[in-house]
Design a protein around this ligand. Sequence first.
Ligand SMILES: C[S@@+](CC[C@H](N)C(=O)[O-])C[C@H]1O[C@@H](n2cnc3c(N)ncnc32)[C@H](O)[C@@H]1O
Length: 344
Amino acid sequence: MLRFFKPFSAQQYFSYRRIHTTPQPNDFIILLMPNHKKLVIQLTEHKIQQKNIAFTEGFVPISTIMQTAYGNVIPIFKKAEDGSAVADSQQFLLLMKPTFHDLLSQSKRLTQVLFNKDSSYIIDQLQITHQSKVLEIGTGSGYMTSCLAHRIQPGPGKVYSFETNESHYKTAQKTIAFFGFNEFVQLHNVNIAEGNLSQYIEPDSMDAVFLDLKDPLPILPRVYDALRKDSGNLCIFLPTMNQIVQVLQWFATSKKFVMVRMEELLLRSYKCNPSRLRPNDTMHAHSGYLLFARPLQRKSVELFTQENEEEINEDANLEGSFMGLFRHDRKKNVNKTFGNDSKI
Ligand SMILES: C[S@@+](CC[C@H](N)C(=O)[O-])C[C@H]1O[C@@H](n2cnc3c(N)ncnc32)[C@H](O)[C@@H]1O
């Protein structure tokens, strides 16, 4: 596992306008082995001085790697009896540029971290752009923070991230610095259950809030205060249903959030062999539940209740079906008889 690494410019590395087609000093590379094992290596000064990268099958001179354009194969070398290096004509490695997620998956983790399947979807559903101001509570190892910053770069948006545990905070700090994302992240070592959010961010200013912590309940009122009421989006990531039920109960009593939806993503990978295409033998069966909601303007809080919304959602689900038509008719009739306050 890669620990902490030499600095490199993530902005240049992940830019679509990247200028280098061959590996540069301090770049990360992927060497794909003949057995399809993926080796992620950083070409540090120390590594370059070692001259060769050795494997069980042989070795590859670093000078050869640095002269090879990404996407090409490199022969594996073996030592001849006279000590000279001889390229194997049968065995090759493939040189590839790592993706952002290749590197993220290698960085240090002290906590449960978000999987790519969840982080990408959450970022999309929260409508994060390079202009977004995002509040994150529960920085953890900084995986999601890095994903958010990756989307926000080159700014002017920002992630305001809070972490109570000092060693998690320091690990996240290093991960964010490694990717060169410091200017897109404001990281605080603060227990938000005790601290005052408005010390750090303006009320009604956050385009999105993402919560990944064990007990989000005590901070929900302050999360509401922080969110933009005209367009803000909230996502809470929770691994157990018990936690979700508590948040749903809070939504129902506070009436501050609407358009509540709970989702779970299951991702199945396949063995990409055309002659026997089938799923991988194992999969991650569970990561967590995603709870999305949108804040109401303060003056509308008492007017639009969760119960009404539930009925509307049910109707929307039945729309077009016989049951849907029946339900709409039934509702109209009841309203005619008993007025709009009646429930069916
Ligand atoms: C599951 S981890 C978050 C992982 C993170 N999403 C990632 O992808 O790396 C939850 C983190 O929330 C932090 N936490 C719990 N309660 C907190 C609070 N009241 N204020 C700030 N951080 C808190 C914990 O210390 C822990 O590091």
